[in-house]
Design a protein around this ligand. Structure first.
Ligand code: GDP
Length: 312
C-alpha cells in the first residue's frame, strides 16, 4: 500500500490552559511557516470565538505547518464535554493525536475526556509534557499519572507505548528527557513524524470525501470541511452528494480551500489524505459523502448530535 510520506494529520488535545495555542504558535514559528509580516499573536485558534452553526458544529480550526518536506495538519479540538460529537468527528479525520499535559497540573478532567475519545478511535497519542519551565513542574510524576490514565481508559498495548516529549512551549524548548531541553522544536516534529502514520495514498481510486464540519462564509456560502478518504477532488468537478436520507444531489465544486499556516487559501485540487473545505453545495450536512456520480459509495455516518442536544 502506498502512503503519502509528505503528509501527517493530527489533532491537538488538552485540558484548557495546558498550552495548545502556545505550542502550535511555537511550532509555526520554528518551522518558519509564518512570513515575517504575519503576527503569531493574531492567530486564529484563539481569536475565533466558538462559532456554532445550527447548534451542531463549530468553525473548523486547522493549522498547516511545513516541516522539512512534510506538511503537518494540526486540528484544534475542543476540550469541553459539550462538544463530544465534534471531538469524535475531528478524530475521524486524523491519524494521530498530540496530547498536551501541563507538567505541574497533571491530568485534569478535560485531559481524561479528550484522551478517552482518541483511544476509542484507536489513535496512538504522542504526549507532550508542557510547561516544563515551571519551577514546580513534576514531569516524572505527571508521566506516571498519564500512564495510569491510559490504563484506566483501557488503552491497548500499542497505545500504552506512547512517546513523551518534554517542552516549554513558552520558551520554545523541547527534548526527549525532562532535564535535556534544547532551544528547538525538532524533538516534537521528529516524534510526530515517527509515530503518526502517513495517510494512505489511494488517489487513483474513485473520490470519497466526507463532510465532517460545517463552516460558513458570506462570499461562498456554506462550506463543508472534511478529509478526502479516497481519490481526488478538483474545482469544476461534477460530483454527487449522498444525503443522509438516502437521496443523491449533484453539484459542481465551485471552490476548494486548503490551509497554509493559519490561513485558508484557494486550491485547485486535493487528494486522498488532504483535509480541505469545499463550497458549491448549499444543501450539505455533517456526515454526508461526496463521490463521483458513477461511483456512489457512502462512508459510514458520523455522530453529530452533541450530548446536550440528544432529544430522541
Ligand atoms: P490553551 O488553552 O491550551 O490553548 O493554552 P494557552 O496556549 O493559551 O496557554 C495558557 C497559559 O499558559 C498562557 O498564559 C500561556 O502563556 C501559558 N503557557 C503556555 N505554555 C507554557 C509553558 O511552556 N510554560 C509556562 N510557564 N507557561 C505556558
Amino acid at each position: 500500500m502506498q502512503h503519502r510520506d509528505d503528509l501527517r494529520n493530527i489533532a491537538i488535545i488538552a485540558h484548557v490552559d495546558h498550552g495548545k495555542t502556545t505550542l502550535v504558535d511555537q511550532l509555526l514559528r520554528y518551522s518558519g511557516t509564518f512570513r515575517e509580516n504575519e503576527h503569531v499573536d493574531e492567530r486564529a485558534m484563539d481569536s475565533n470565538d466558538l462559532e456554532k452553526e445550527r447548534g451542531i458544529t463549530i468553525l473548523a480550526k486547522n493549522t498547516a505547518i511545513h516541516y522539512k518536506d512534510t506538511r503537518i495538519n494540526i486540528l484544534d479540538t475542543p476540550g469541553h464535554a459539550d462538544f463530544g460529537g465534534e471531538v469524535e468527528r475531528i478524530m475521524r479525520m486524523v491519524d494521530g493525536v498530540l496530547l498536551v499535559v501541563d507538567a505541574y497540573e497533571g491530568v485534569m478532567p478535560q485531559t481524561r475526556f479528550v484522551l478517552k475519545k482518541a483511544l476509542e478511535q484507536k489513535l496512538n497519542p504522542v504526549v507532550v509534557l508542557n510547561k516544563i519551565d515551571r519551577p514546580n513542574a513534576r514531569p516524572e510524576e505527571v508521566v506516571d499519572e498519564v500512564l495510569d490514565l491510559f490504563i484506566e481508559l483501557g488503552a491497548d498495548d500499542e497505545q500504552l507505548e506512547f512517546p513523551v516529549v518534554y517542552a516549554s512551549a513558552l520558551q520554545g524548548t523541547s527534548g526527549n528527557e525532562p532535564d535535556e531541553l534544547g532551544e528547538t522544536m525538532d524533538p516534537i516534529f521528529t516524534t510526530i513524524m515517527e509515530n503518526v502514520p502517513a495517510p494512505i495514498d489511494n488517489s487513483e481510486e474513485p473520490l470519497q470525501f466526507q463532510i465532517t464540519l460545517l463552516d460558513y462564509n458570506d462570499y461562498v456560502g456554506r462550506i463543508g470541511v472534511g478529509r478526502v478518504f479516497r481519490g481526488k477532488i478538483r474545482v469544476g468537478d461534477q460530483v454527487s452528494l449522498m444525503k443522509k436520507d438516502g437521496t443523491v444531489k449533484n453539484f459542481r465544486v465551485s471552490k476548494l480551500f486548503g490551509f497554509i499556516g493559519l490561513k485558508r487559501v484557494e486550491i485547485d485540487e486535493a487528494q486522498a489524505g488532504d483535509i480541505v473545505a469545499v463550497s458549491g453545495m448549499e444543501d450539505i450536512n455533517v456526515g454526508e459523502t461526496v463521490c463521483p456520480p458513477d461511483h456512489l459509495e457512502a462512508l459510514p455516518l458520523l455522530r453529530i448530535d452533541e450530548p446536550t442536544l440528544q432529544m430522541t
